[in-house]
Design a protein around this ligand. Structure first.
Ligand SMILES: [Zn+2]
Ligand SMILES: [Zn+2]
Length: 199
């Protein structure tokens, strides 16, 4: 698809090219949304590249970059915060004025993508930290124990076998789900749950 942008230049929309690392950026002078891959005008400032709709905006920025930049504010959310291992999480950046992203997922993993998809393979509770930057400065937010990854396996309390939680043989008792390897174990548990829970 080809369209004209405000300058009368051809702006190509590359469908399928838009990844989780957004290709759209904001021209900090006129606040217009532009495509980074087709932007003809850009400036480097404090290690960050800024893109502009036209030469007029670039010239204004170059004359006094500080006028157009505000400190970034870090924030994020995710589609899930809890689940069984392996747990795949889509993180969503909701920071303002950021041009660079650095994620620490709390289990040793990290990413510089704006909206990363990350898979946790270890069980536990993990702090997630996002640091965002622009030419003016940076900001960091840490959400403590943000992600909880549970084991995908559990012990059948009757026979002691380690089984997958995907089994259909489950029983709810006092708000907790119990899992069994076979019907006989489940029936045994139902007769006297306290005996198995306390042992
Ligand atoms: Zn502009
Ligand atoms: Zn069993």
């Amino acid at each position: 698809m080809t369209a004209k942008n405000d300058n009368g230049n051809n702006a190509t929309t590359k469908y399928g090219y838009i990844t989780s690392d957004s290709t759209k950026v904001i021209d900090v002078v006129c606040k217009m949304n532009i495509y980074r891959i087709t932007a003809k005008y850009s400036s480097e400032y404090n290690g960050t590249t800024y893109y502009f709709c036209g030469l007029g905006c670039k010239n204004k920025f170059d004359a006094n970059p500080g006028n157009y930049l505000t400190l970034p504010v870090a924030n994020f959310s995710s589609n899930v915060t809890k689940g069984d291992s392996p747990l795949t999480v889509q993180f969503n950046d909701s920071s303002t004025n950021a041009t660079k992203w650095a994620w620490d997922f709390g289990d040793g993993g990290n990413s510089t993508v704006q909206n990363p998809v990350y898979t946790y393979n270890k069980n536990g509770k993990f702090n997630v930290t996002l640091t965002v930057k622009n030419g003016k400065g940076n900001d960091t937010i840490t959400k403590y124990n943000y992600i909880t990854v549970d084991s995908a396996t559990v012990k059948d309390l009757v026979c002691g076998m380690i089984i997958d939680k995907s089994t259909a043989l489950t029983w709810e008792y006092k708000g907790t789900t119990y899992y069994f390897c076979r019907e006989e174990c489940k029936e045994e548990f139902e007769k006297n749950p306290e005996k198995y829970i306390s042992s």
